[in-house]
Design a protein around this ligand. Structure first.
Ligand code: C2E
Ligand code: CA
Ligand code: CA
Length: 227
């Protein structure tokens, strides 16, 4: 009953697809379509997120390896990770196996982490992330700007990208506060050599504004819903 949908990530300059994020869908015969916002917290509480997360990782790698045969440009695949998967300790081996099994180059895998993962167990997480990065995988912080948002994480953890949370993008470009925050996040990311991805892009106005500020990549219903 679980399916992985994908939402493209778009280069805002060339308007080409440079990657896609895997997003879980549960099509339950009894309950209908259940949102991941509802069932993932339950899967985390019960520990079921571990086998589910393994399946997501392996499926995403396998499908992204298949895209390589169809699409000339390299297309990255994004996988969301839960803090419970980090606590298990063998995440590195699982990623390594998923890559080996699928033949997907590590450089095409983007691991999306929320800040709660960094908070939960920083020392061990840094070690795991360093090993994943040595292997060639990419690491992004999801929902940046919400949650804990400790700026010290940005230098302590080996990161490639920040995803600006949809809450800020939605209010662009009319809300002065959202503008100030997005401007600051982009400028800080540039200084720290981090790539920026804007989530929840729904209008051309937002694209123009984000691209002018130097945000290269966007994702949102303007381009495509998860499909
Ligand atoms: P997320 O990682 O922040 O994913 C982005 C969410 O925003 C997705 O909701 C997506 O459908 C939605 N979205 C994308 N563009 C737009 C837009 O332009 N406008 C609006 N209004 N919404 C947009 P979704 O698919 O319901 O996923 C919700 C959350 O569930 C995800 O948030 C992620 O935290 C979690 N999740 C989904 N799949 C997985 C998974 O495989 N593993 C784990 N651990 N978490 C997952
Ligand atoms: Ca995500
Ligand atoms: Ca997000």
């Amino acid at each position: 009953q679980l399916k992985l949908f994908y939402q493209p990530k778009i280069d805002l300059g060339t308007r080409t697809i440079i990657g896609a994020e895997g997003l879980l869908r549960w099509q339950s015969p009894e309950l209908g379509n259940v949102s991941p916002d509802e069932f993932i917290p339950v899967a985390e509480e019960t520990g079921l997120i571990v086998p589910i997360g393994d399946w997501v990782l392996r499926t995403a790698c396998k499908e992204a390896a298949a895209w390589r045969k169809l699409i000339a440009n390299p297309v990255h695949v994004g996988v969301n990770l839960s803090s419970v998967q980090f606590q298990q300790g063998d995440l590195f081996n699982k990623v390594e196996n998923a890559l080996a099994e699928s033949g997907l180059p590590a450089a095409l895998l983007d691991l999306e982490l929320t800040e709660s993962i960094l908070v939960a167990n920083p020392e061990e997480t840094i070690q795991t992330l360093n090993r994943l990065k040595d292997m060639g995988a990419n690491v992004s912080i999801d929902d940046f700007g919400t949650g804990y948002s400790s700026l010290s994480y940005l230098t302590r953890f080996p990161l490639d990208s920040l995803k600006i949370d949809r809450a800020f993008v939605t209010n662009l470009p009319d809300d002065d506060n959202a503008v100030a925050i997005v401007r600051a996040i982009i400028s800080m990311s540039k200084s720290l050599n981090l790539n920026i991805i804007a989530e929840g892009v729904e209008t051309e106005n937002q694209v123009g504004f984000l691209h002018a500020l130097g945000c290269q990549v966007g994702q949102g219903y303007l381009f495509s819903k998860p499909i």
